[in-house]
Every structure is written in structure tokens, then in C-alpha cells.
Design a binder for this molecule. Structure first.
Ligand code: DGY
Length: 330
């Protein structure tokens, strides 16, 4: 008998077709945003969930005892209580690697856009304010040859560092829970520093660390106060890592030159103080959004779900489990 799965959001039709080869699939073609209660209701009798940012916690798991696999189409899985899943024998998977370069491209684009006032310039032009050349019109700050600071040196952080060091001749410093091997540091041209040094010495700070209780407001008022006057900050990691109200204050007061933000506390809401500022580039959580990368993420999430529920050529061996110990016990 086929397993039953729920696909919580609209997804590429070809991916749905592939899932239907293995499972009875309930999909959400209308892309409705379901409440937690609705999600629980629809998960009844389902063994698998193809998820994105849905909150998966102990209460949901207890209400859905048949669930065996939660396969996320994202690299970040802070919306999932992995310990609760592990305790109940539910395998969790994510989609690392396939989005690394695409996300790093976007992070670097935000650094450039913020430093060089690109969206501000576009708005200026569109509202008809451009009259003539002027020596100080929309002057920003340089990126090439400055110091790039990376907080969180996983795969995406390393891809950002590579762009900065090799593409823009930047001095790269980083801080991370654990230091990289010397050979990797050398290859990237990156130097490990403590967090305070990172904040003090960086011209362009990029945040790429995973969100957890420990990284909540990792950059708040105290950290922003340590940053160089005129520095920029880019967040492509998760909302909540930056205290958005404190960031807005630093931008409003001109202590930071600019920011590039793809993620926000409480998104899709954006702090009104940020919306009121012109020196911040705001994008709606799209760092991984190229057609090819979203396709690869969806394919990998589907591969994970098919294998996690014991189907396909990799039955029992999903390619990218977050809690592989669950599989070992099956
Ligand atoms: C990710 O993959 O974690 C992106 O932020 C999309 O959620």
C-alpha cells in the first residue's frame, strides 16, 4: 500500500508528479496558508510532509502520530523542533549545498546594492528627481579593497568569503562557532577573529549563521555600537538574528551607512522603522530564488521524502538527513 503525504505549499508540477509515482499525495495547489490546526487536520493519516517554513513542534507531532518524515525545502530548519522529531522517530531532512552559490550571489548583490545605494538611486530616478550630474549625488562606499566580515562560516559564508577575497580583493575576516582548517582558511583568504574584533574591524558585515535561541539578536544594539562608523550590514540568514529595531536606529542615526536585508523578525511583516529608511535595501527572503536553484531544492526535498519513506533507489537513505540517527534505528 502506498504511503500518504502532504505537500504543504504549491510546488513545481513535475515534482508533484514524481511524488505521485510513489505516494498518495495531497497538495496545496492554491498555495493557501494553513493555520497550525489546519495543518494538523490535513496531516491525519499521512506519513510524510513536504514542508517549507511550517512550524513543526511537539504538539503537532503528538497530534500526528503516523508522521515518519518531515522534508524541508530549505537549508535552514529552525522552524522544526528536531529534538522532538528525533524523540518520536521522525526523520527530518533539509536541502543544503544546492543553494549555496545562488544564495552567496544574492548576499553579495545585497552588499553591493547597500554600499552603492542602488535601490535608492533607482527610486530617485523613477520619481523624476534626477535633474543633472552632481559631484556628490548618491555617493556610497567602496566594496573592493575593504574588509569583509562574515559571521557564520558555513557553506554559504565560505562562498561569500570567496567572492569577497577573490572577486573584490577584500580582506576577509570571520567569526564562527568553530574555526575552519588552516588549509580552508588559506584557500578562502579568510582570517578567524573573535566576534568583537569582527564587529570593530569590518567594513561590510554579512550574517550567514543559523537561527537558534543562542543566535537570537546576535547583533543587537551593543554589537551595532561596536561597528565602524559608516560600515554596512547584510543579513541573508534569518530574521531574529538581528534586532531590527536597533538596526533601524543605527541606520537612522547614520552610525551605519546602509544595510541589505533579505530576512526579517516576524516576516513577512517588516519593522516599520526599516520601511521608513532609504539607506536599507529590502528584499522578500529571495536569496535562493533562481529557477534552477528552486528546482534543485524541490528535487532534493522530493528525493529525501521518497527515500525516507522507503521508496526509490535510495530507500531508507535520504541524501541529506538532519537527524540521521533516526534512520539508523529503523
Ligand atoms: C533556506 O533555504 O533556508 C532559505 O532561507 C529559504 O527559506
Amino acid at each position: 500500500m502506498k504511503h500518504s503525504i502532504l505537500v504543504a505549499r504549491a510546488i513545481f508540477p513535475a515534482v508533484l508528479d514524481r511524488l505521485r509515482e510513489h505516494f498518495d499525495v495531497e497538495s496545496n495547489d492554491a498555495d493557501a496558508l494553513w493555520s497550525a490546526a489546519e495543518l494538523i487536520r490535513r496531516l491525519q493519516g499521512k506519513q510524510g510532509l513536504f514542508a517549507t517554513g511550517e512550524r513543526i513542534d511537539a504538539a503537532l507531532l503528538d497530534a500526528c502520530p503516523q508522521l515518519r518524515a518531515v522534508c524541508i525545502m530549505a537549508v535552514g530548519y529552525n522552524n522544526v523542533d528536531v529534538d522532538a522529531c528525533t524523540a518520536r522517530g521522525v526523520v527530518v531532512t533539509n536541502t543544503p549545498d544546492v543553494l549555496t552559490e545562488t544564495t552567496a550571489d544574492f548576499g553579495f548583490a545585497l552588499v553591493l546594492a547597500a554600499a552603492r545605494r542602488m535601490t535608492e538611486g533607482e527610486h530617485f530616478l523613477r520619481r523624476g528627481a534626477w535633474r543633472m550630474w552632481r559631484y556628490d549625488m548618491l555617493t556610497g562606499c567602496d566594496v573592493h579593497g575593504t574588509t569583509l566580515g562574515v559571521l557564520g562560516m558555513g557553506r554559504i559564508g565560505q562562498a561569500i568569503a570567496k567572492r569577497g577575497a577573490h572577486g573584490f580583493g577584500m580582506k576577509v575576516i570571520y567569526h564562527n562557532r568553530s574555526r575552519l582548517d588552516a588549509a580552508i582558511e588559506d584557500g578562502l583568504g579568510a582570517r578567524y577573529v573573535d566576534k568583537e574584533t569582527l564587529l570593530r574591524e569590518t567594513d561590510h558585515l554579512v550574517l550567514v549563521l543559523p537561527y537558534s535561541a543562542a543566535s537570537h539578536h546576535a547583533v543587537g544594539a551593543a554589537e551595532l555600537a561596536l561597528m565602524k562608523p559608516g560600515a554596512t550590514l547584510t543579513n541573508i540568514a534569518r530574521g531574529g538574528i538581528v534586532d531590527d529595531a536597533a538596526l533601524a536606529a543605527a541606520l537612522r542615526e547614520g552610525r551605519l551607512a546602509a544595510a541589505g536585508l533579505d530576512v526579517f523578525e516576524g516576516e513577512p511583516q517588516v519593522h516599520p522603522d526599516l520601511l521608513a529608511l532609504s539607506n536599507v535595501v529590502l528584499t522578500p527572503h529571495i536569496a535562493s530564488a533562481t529557477v534552477a536553484t528552486r528546482q534543485a531544492m524541490a528535487d532534493l526535498a522530493a528525493d529525501n521524502l521518497i527515500a525516507a519513506l522507503g521508496c526509490g533507489p535510495n530507500a531508507g537513505r535520504p541524501p541529506t538527513p538532519v537527524n540521521p540517527g533516526v534512520l539508523a534505528k529503523r
